[in-house]
Design a protein around this ligand. Structure first.
Ligand code: BGC
Length: 437
């Protein structure tokens, strides 16, 4: 008998998350164009074949997920495959997704499907993309086609993944297509169109599938002022309001506020059945003359391979409280760390799941957890050197490599609890933190 056990609620969703462009391979969308342009992706990497899910390797990865106790998987549908041209639908692509979903059902994996995860068809972006006045209507055609086709297989839907990251990287930092920098008017336009697109999708999915659950996935970045100075405190509030809160408040309350602009979007009010929380890390905020010094990690925290994130589980707890404050069930739709040799992942996992358990014990309505990710995949502008998978991946051979985190997560998923013996075995550095107080 283990000496201590953190038990999760019955029917808890235990899974992993992926997205179409990051795993499918052979895509033809605005990201493949972006990857082909010089200097956009670290080391000039391209998504290429990715994890070859389009070629059929989704099956072996889903088998791995099912065999290791996962009961759900969050995946996304690639808009550019379903609608390769404005006036052309690809029924074969829909069939391919149906085949994947059928395969998941056979293995006992409940799907959660994201309709938009960062990528757009080229014809859409070339015609103005999310800044177009009719962007939401155009997106809605794709939503209606896809939801109707996949209706028998899917109850849990995410309309748009991390609209806050799409806007930040695409319109303010220039890291994602369309590559605009500090273009607040365009950012506002695109954001308000995404809110409307979400609301229309929400209504449609509910009409078609009355017992569906529809939500968004927001990237919540923990933010605290570095000092008590008014400058640091004000900047923290500005980042928090615009990055963490603008989209979710718009769909909770029907009003979008973003960088001194606002718009009433009444139809969007109340269009979420759950809050999808993507949480990775937290930063301290400092007002500085140099924008690249605004955010930093506290001294002494453990950093990921490329210092992209820090292990800050207490801030995950705050993120869960934030998510629960919207009065809906909370699903952790992404959480994970880039760490190729797996020396940190088990610790990160143990520390974060302990906070998840603590939050559930404090009565926060948490119903599921999706680890990012099942297998290493194409990490956007950071290419292939950032490794987030439970399974490692060898690009040249498509070989999957079982990291120790697979075994640890398997124990948790199968038992529906974390126990002190598994923590002692897989994440000994977390043991005292979790069990000695
Ligand atoms: C995104 C994923 C990405 C992950 C790790 C999230 O912002 O939704 O697509 O791979 O973070 O950076």
């Amino acid at each position: 008998m283990p000496s201590a056990i953190f038990t999760f609620p019955k029917k808890f969703l235990w899974g992993t998350a992926t997205s179409s462009h990051q795993v499918e391979g052979q895509n033809k969308n605005n990201w493949t164009a972006w990857e082909a342009a010089p200097g956009k992706i670290l080391n000039g990497d391209v998504s290429g074949l990715a994890c070859d899910w389009w070629g059929g390797r989704w099956r072996e990865d889903m088998d791995r997920a099912a065999e290791t106790g996962q009961n759900t998987h969050r995946m996304s549908i690639e808009w550019s495959r379903i609608q390769p041209e404005y006036d052309r639908w690809d029924e074969n692509a829909l069939d391919h997704y149906r085949e994947i979903l059928r395969g998941m059902a056979t293995s006992g994996i409940r799907p959660m499907v994201t309709l938009h995860h960062f990528t757009d068809p080229l014809w859409f972006t070339e015609a103005g993309g999310w800044e177009r006045d009719d962007a939401a209507e155009i997106f809605q055609d794709y939503v209606e086609k896809t939801v109707t086709a996949l209706k028998p297989f899917v109850k849990d839907w995410i309309t748009i993944n991390e609209p806050n990251v799409y806007i930040l990287n695409g319109y303010l930092l220039g890291l994602f297509p369309p590559g605009k920098k500090l273009d607040v008017p365009s950012a506002f336009k695109a954001l308000s169109n995404m809110v409307q697109a979400h609301a229309m999708a929400y209504e449609f999915i509910h009409r078609r599938i009355p017992d569906s659950r529809v939500g968004i996935a927001i990237n919540y970045h923990g933010l605290t002022p570095k000092t008590n100075n008014i400058g640091d405190r004000t900047l923290t509030k500005i980042f928090d309001a615009n990055f963490n809160n603008s989209f979710i408040n718009a769909i909770a309350k029907g009003k979008l506020n973003f960088v001194l602009r606002s718009k009433s979007l009444r139809k969007a009010k109340g269009t979420m059945d759950f809050v999808g929380l993507n949480y990775y890390t937290a930063s301290q905020v400092k007002l500085s003359a140099y924008a690249n010094q605004f955010l930093s990690f506290p001294e002494g925290v453990t950093l990921s391979d490329h210092k992209f994130m820090a292990n800050q589980p207490e801030s995950f707890y705050q993120a869960l409280e934030w998510a629960a404050s919207y009065g809906k069930p909370v699903i952790v739709t992404e959480n994970g760390i880039e760490n190729a040799d797996d020396s940190l992942r088990p610790v990160y996992l143990a520390d974060h799941l302990a906070q998840l358990w603590r939050a559930w014990n404090a009565n926060l309505p948490i119903i599921g957890y999706y680890h990012w990710s099942l297998v290493d995949n194409f990490e956007w502008e950071r290419g292939w050197s950032y490794r987030f998978g439970l399974w490692g991946f060898e690009n040249a051979t498509q070989k999957r490599i079982r990291r120790p985190s697979v075994d640890f997560y398997e124990q948790i998923c199968k038992k529906n609890y974390i126990d002190s013996e598994d923590v002692a075995k897989y994440a000994p550095q977390s043991y005292d933190r979790l069990f000695k107080n």
